[in-house]
Design a protein around this ligand. Structure first.
Ligand SMILES: Cc1ncc(COP(=O)(O)O)c(C=O)c1O
Length: 411
């Protein structure tokens, strides 16, 4: 359904003056397009959606229904995957901290666990010896240096021989199936991605035994579909799904076209699939002038969709209360501010256009690391809705005083 002032006004009357809109079908389309871009070049691919990026259950369900895997990093996310119906064997567990009880649960249910560090390796051996009749699926997270990027703190240092000794030890444990190498780096640059693929293929050659299906998991870090207005602000060339596929899947295809054993390529996109599927709506409450600066106060905040660290202005559409323009003013560089008491809580700096108290503001591209990072700072979080042709569904209710304070002891 296309947005307009009357629709937004109707929604406000039902759920309050700020909310998120998720486009579930856009997410599904992104999944297909992403999958197709890779699979047409290298067919042995699995997509494991990164729950931490945006774990709205409806999104997690789509991935599961379309044959994707879940990528999780905590028991909370793991339980969500189980709750939305994911087969434990289709869950990949990453992350630098896996408490013993959680690790035991992941392993005994049959999920694939990527070890991050030596203590986990010790714990794993303990759990494996407790369940001699069960086979556990295991991978290791690989750490290596990439040109012009900071040192990563995750995984095993693959420049050390001790990494390969641990892998050998893993392979020698009877009830362990060592079947994955994993890495994740957050850099979206294609050159960095190419280097990462090469490094992982080198590691693969050193560790693989060619007797099991083997997974090479390159993690996430792939860019999403971006509006031109964001691209202009970024200052670097933004790669699309096909660009990534041309680098990654082509490398796999070239490398393994003659091999009998072809590893399964895993990617763990979060941002790439979800960033453009969500919008954030709030309302202009007041427009004031301090010295020469015009400032709009809104019912929203940047903390609703970002941790305030970015200076990016996200694509903004204004839905005007007054279409005959009698009450409207044109502003040359008005700052649109948030409800928090943080000085730099600006949703948009130097907006040029008409604006009026009562207008709705709709920000695009807020699907990635938005709701999962929203703290109950000053206001509880707002509802998430999905539009239908004849109305909307509420996918998450507004958080309330009771919800936020239920875990505090008032005595
Ligand atoms: C292990 C792992 N996989 C996948 C992702 C998703 O990354 P992105 O949102 O860049 O696709 C992350 C993000 O931190 C991650 O840590």
């Amino acid at each position: 359904m296309k947005l307009n002032y009357n629709l937004l006004n109707k929604i406000e009357k039902l759920i309050g003056d700020s909310w998120y809109i998720i486009d579930i079908e856009k997410f599904r389309t992104n999944f297909y397009e992403f999958y197709d871009a890779f699979t047409l070049i290298y067919p042995k691919i699995k997509i494991a959606y990164s729950y931490k990026t945006n774990y709205i259950p409806a999104l997690c369900k789509i991935i599961n229904n379309e044959g994707g895997y879940a990528e999780v990093v905590s028991e909370m996310e793991y339980d969500l995957a189980i709750k939305v119906g994911v087969n434990p064997e289709n869950i990949i567990v990453n992350g630098p901290y896996k408490p013993e009880k959680s690790l035991e649960k992941y392993l005994t249910k049959g999920s694939i666990v990527n070890l991050d560090n030596y203590s986990e390796f010790i714990l794993l051996k303990k759990i494996a010896s407790k369940y001699p009749g069960k086979v556990f699926n295991l991978g290791v997270r690989c750490n290596f240096e990439l040109n012009d990027t900071p040192l990563s703190r995750f995984g095993f240092d693959t420049s050390k021989e001790s990494f390969f000794q641990i892998v050998e030890e893993l392979k020698n444990i009877k009830n362990i199936r060592f079947n994955m190498i994993h890495c994740h780096f957050p850099y979206r640059d294609l050159k960095v991605y190419e280097e990462k693929v090469n490094r992982m293929l080198d590691i693969y050659e050193r560790v693989v035994d060619y007797n099991e299906p083997f997974y090479i998991d390159l993690g996430g870090g792939l860019g999403g579909k971006l509006d031109d207005k964001i691209k202009q602000q970024l200052g670097y060339t933004v790669a699309d799904y096909q660009d990534y596929a041309n680098i990654i899947a082509t490398k796999f295809q070239d490398n393994f076209s003659q091999s009998y054993y072809k590893p399964i390529l895993i990617l763990e996109p979060g941002t790439a699939l979800v960033a453009n599927t969500m919008q954030y709506v709030c309302k202009v409450i007041e427009i004031k002038t301090i010295k020469d600066k015009h400032i709009a106060i809104t019912s929203g905040s940047k903390i609703n969709y970002h941790r305030l660290t970015t200076k990016l202005n996200l694509p903004l559409s204004v839905y005007s209360i007054d279409t005959n323009k009698t009450k409207r003013n044109y502003y040359d560089a008005i700052d649109i501010s948030g409800y928090t008491c943080i000085e730099d809580d600006y949703l948009y700096k130097n907006y040029s256009g008409e604006l009026c108290i009562g207008d709705y503001l709709v920000f695009d591209n807020v699907g990635s690391y938005s709701i999962v990072f929203k703290p109950p700072f000053i206001f509880p979080n707002v509802p998430i809705i999905a539009l239908r042709n004849d109305g909307f569904d509420i996918l998450k209710e507004a958080e309330t005083f009771e919800y936020i304070f239920q875990t505090y002891n008032f005595e």
